[in-house]
Write a protein that binds this ligand. Structure first.
Ligand SMILES: Nc1ncnc2c1ncn2[C@@H]1O[C@H](COP(=O)(O)OP(=O)(O)O)[C@@H](O)[C@H]1O
Ligand SMILES: [Mg+2]
Length: 330
């Protein structure tokens, strides 16, 4: 699959949204001595002295040509920018971006990323005060509390847990730190997760007897199990059910397969292709960021994640020796 630049006359109809803050242009020129390193810096740099910012770059290997999407005050400023860099432009043309649903979603996700650090600072602390106070009230006045009061406290506790899950989903999705690889015990991470996620009494957890030790980022893998177990708990709901975790060491391929299975009703077939899409959720208080976070974490570890129904099973495949893929970790 490739990306192609196609220029055509268009007739606009339907749901599109054309707008631009600074005018946007496309230009095309020879790569010359521009190296991938220099190009990457271009995109991440603020506007130059001519007011030109590089938004995106596309390279045509066959013709050794570079096509740039730029924001600039005028076409003139881009010609001058190229003159200054000693590059000869073949064409510059002004365009307007058509904001498709996909682009609007990407923009929404960018805003979400920016919001997440504020959320983590401003909401996490007061929320933990509320959650601790509920725990203290439950402990101190357990015997003297009326049933009605206990019910209200239980409601507050459930609501604050939901808020906590949403905040963690947003923060974890936006977090893009590089991996901290250490030799870890998979079983230990699962036990730690189970200690933090409240498993209701109607759900039986089955975890493997055998342990697997290999190199992974334990904090991230804990986030992953936390998401998968929380989803399984939501799916089972108030019914009696179970969550089973299995490890399967594939010695030949040097890979480890992990499965998280639940007895819930599964995912409607029509929705299966969408569940890793950021912001896709079927829950009233869902963020739709749990599975996308899991996918990011697994892919950063050089692995794969997939989900099948009957029974609902999440399958993770991780390489034992990630250091063999240094590029993936950053
Ligand atoms: N174990 C599961 N059983 C049934 N449906 C699931 C399961 N895990 C995920 N899903 C579906 O995938 C959607 C996306 O999950 P996720 O990304 O974790 O977001 P959220 O949990 O906030 O909805 C859920 O809303 C649900 O419809
Ligand atoms: Mg979730």
């Amino acid at each position: 699959m490739g990306i192609f630049l196609c220029i055509s006359d268009i007739f606009l109809s339907g749901k599109t949204d054309i707008e631009a803050a600074l005018p946007t242009f496309i230009d095309g020129h020879k790569m010359k001595d521009l190296t991938p390193d220099r190009l990457e810096k271009l995109v991440n740099s603020p506007a130059d002295s001519f007011g030109v910012t590089h938004v995106e770059l596309f390279y045509n290997k066959k013709e050794d040509k570079l096509y740039c999407i730029l924001e600039a005050p005028s076409e003139e400023s881009i010609w001058r920018h190229h003159e200054n860099a000693g590059l000869k432009c073949e064409f510059i043309t002004e365009v307007q971006q058509i904001k498709t649903d996909k682009i609007l979603k990407t923009e929404k996700l960018q805003i979400l990323g920016e919001m997440s650090s504020r959320i983590s600072h401003d909401l996490r602390n007061p929320l933990s005060i509320i959650r601790n106070s509920i725990d203290i009230m439950n402990m101190r006045w357990k015997d003297s509390m009326s049933n009605e009061m206990a019910e209200y406290l239980a409601k507050m506790s459930r609501a604050s847990s939901s808020i906590n899950i949403m905040i963690e989903d947003i923060v974890n999705f936006a977090r893009t730190q590089s991996l901290r690889l250490e030799n870890n015990s998979l079983l230990l991470v699962i036990h730690r997760t189970i200690d933090t996620v409240h498993i209701p009494n109607n759900i039986k957890m089955k975890i493997p007897q055998n342990d697997v030790m290999f190199e992974f980022d334990s904090a991230k893998i804990e986030v992953l199990f936390n998401n998968l177990i929380t989803n399984a708990i939501h799916a089972i709901g108030g019914n009696d059910g179970g969550i089973t975790i299995r490890f399967n060491e594939k010695d030949v391929e040097d890979k480890i397969e992990i499965q998280v299975q639940d007895s819930g009703p599964g995912i409607p077939e029509g929705l299966l292709p969408r569940i890793f899409e950021p912001l896709f959720t079927t829950k009233q208080y869902g963020t739709g960021l749990g599975l996308p976070s899991c996918k990011n974490i697994i892919e950063q570890h050089g692995g794969t994640i997939s989900i099948t129904n009957n029974p609902t099973t999440v399958t993770l495949v991780l390489p034992r020796h990630l250091r063999a893929y240094p590029k993936i970790q950053s």
